[in-house]
Ligand binder design. Structure first.
Ligand SMILES: Cc1ncc(COP(=O)(O)O)c(C=O)c1O
Length: 439
């Protein structure tokens, strides 16, 4: 979308302020193409250096992003207002959001009763000792070093803090493609540049990691299991191969986003133990509920000292009401049973959809996690066909950098009869002619 908006200003800071205001009040929509530096310079009678400086400021703040020869565009989710999440149209079954099934989350009622009621004040221990003890036991069982642990407000909060501990605007970060759209948006907001790494059933492809490192990536964000959107999960061979690909770059920061934790449907494998700068982020959002806003982060001592030190100066700590709730849930044997059931149920729902699609001639991916990723030639056609049948699904576009089109279906609440209906709709729209032709 080419901008009809005429940029204004007689200095770099004035142009940047003008564009920021136009994005904020909606005159420049997300995705809008900005005119070239040369065109703006000519229009405003300024030097290209001045306009370039304005664009750099906007980029570093994540309001716009540069796309090589395609020029500069307003970011998809510029960090200016609490951008509304895409709304599921009324009347449609929500298979779009990536939420867990509320019926599979442990009830908070009993846990609330066990949270300490006493007031807590400034100057007390930041982290809940029982939470740390339980987290360390879980992580150690997965061979993740636990010497340095921190508690943050969810996986994305932790990832942002870890990135900021080491990187500066303009730095490149290797990310999975397709990948988690919010990670792409977060990188943009921090002025960081994504370096796409292709994904197969076992996660990031080692050869593409090598290429991204060659292109100057200073950090990499990997999803060890429940990769969003493809459901990929590491196996041991992939962990070895990724460790090998990263070995010549010991200073590269490795972040593992274990957002689904115990309900992912695969063991927690990690390459953190062989790295110098690393963080494993384990969120409780998918297993205990997104509103707990809590992620445990293990990392090397320098990384954890930096992020905790910075947290101390700002938010301070994660409320002990939340930390105590998570500790109480983890300490309850009923939670383990509930998580086991959730993991099995998600696996059944994923398999049902992948199988139903295969029966109609469509290949889909969803070995672990909450989503099934279905390559299609035309995303809009798939989304519209699904909407006409009463289902909201997510176009793949926000999850893609260079990878080909697809749609994402969240299976968290998808019963098997609905899996058949979803597959019927997509099958009718896209199945290979040989399978749909009458016998
Ligand atoms: C890959 C991935 N990382 C992180 C998150 C967000 O986790 P949190 O709620 O802990 O920030 C999600 C949520 O869907 C996700 O899919």
């Amino acid at each position: 979308m080419q901008s009809q908006y005429k940029l204004r200003g007689s200095s770099a800071s004035a142009i940047a302020a003008d564009v920021e205001e136009a994005i904020r009040d909606g005159r420049l929509a997300p995705g809008t193409q900005l005119p070239t530096v040369r065109a703006v310079a000519a229009e405003l009678g300024l030097s290209p250096t001045t306009v370039s400086a304005a664009y750099r400021t906007l980029r570093n703040r994540g309001f716009v992003s540069a796309h090589g020869r395609r020029g500069t565009q307003v970011s998809r989710r510029p960090p200016l207002t609490a951008g509304a999440f895409p709304v599921v149209p009324p009347g449609l079954r929500d298979l779009a959001y990536g939420n867990p099934d509320p019926a599979l989350l442990p009830s908070l009622g009993a846990a609330f009763k066990r949270v300490s009621r006493g007031p807590r004040l400034y100057g007390e221990a930041k982290n809940h000792p029982e939470l740390l003890r339980l987290a360390a036991a879980q992580l150690a069982a997965d061979k993740i070093p636990t010497d340095s642990l921190a508690v943050f407000g969810g996986a994305l909060d932790a990832i942002e803090r870890v990135l900021q501990a080491w990187l500066r605007p303009g730095d490149r970060v290797a990310v999975e493609d397709p990948g988690y759209a919010s990670i792409f948006d977060l990188l943009g907001a921090l002025g960081l540049v994504p370096e796409p790494v292709g994904v197969d059933e076992c996660g990031a492809r080692p050869k593409e990691v090598e290429r991204a490192l060659g292109a100057g990536a200073r950090a990499i964000i990997l999803t060890p299991r429940a990769q969003n959107p493809t459901g990929a999960a590491f196996d041991r061979e992939r962990v070895r191969a990724l460790a090998g690909a990263l070995a010549p770059s010991p200073d590269v920061l490795v972040i593992e986003d274990d957002h689904a934790g115990p309900v992912a449907g695969a063991p927690a494998l990690t390459l953190s133990a062989v790295r110098t700068r690393w963080a494993v982020v384990r969120s409780v959002s998918k297993s205990l509920g997104p509103d707990l806003r809590l992620a445990i982060t293990a990392g090397d001592p320098t990384t954890i000292a930096r992020v905790e030190g910075r947290q101390h100066l700002g938010a301070g700590w994660v409320s002990h009401v939340l930390q105590g709730l998570v500790a109480a849930l983890w300490a309850d044997p009923a939670t383990e049973k509930k998580l086991e059931t959730a993991q099995r149920t998600y696996a059944r729902r994923r398999d049902a959809l992948v199988r139903a699609l295969a029966e109609r001639g469509l290949t889909a991916y969803g070995a672990t996690g909450m989503n099934v990723w279905i390559p299609v030639p035309e995303e809009a056609r798939a989304v519209n066909a699904m909407a006409a049948a009463g289902f909201a699904v997510r176009a793949g576009e926000p999850h893609r950098l260079r990878s080909p089109p697809a749609v994402r279906v969240t299976i968290a609440t998808l019963r098997s009869k609905d899996a058949g209906r979803v597959a019927d709709v997509l099958g009718a729209a896209f199945a290979p002619a040989s399978l749909t032709a009458p016998a």
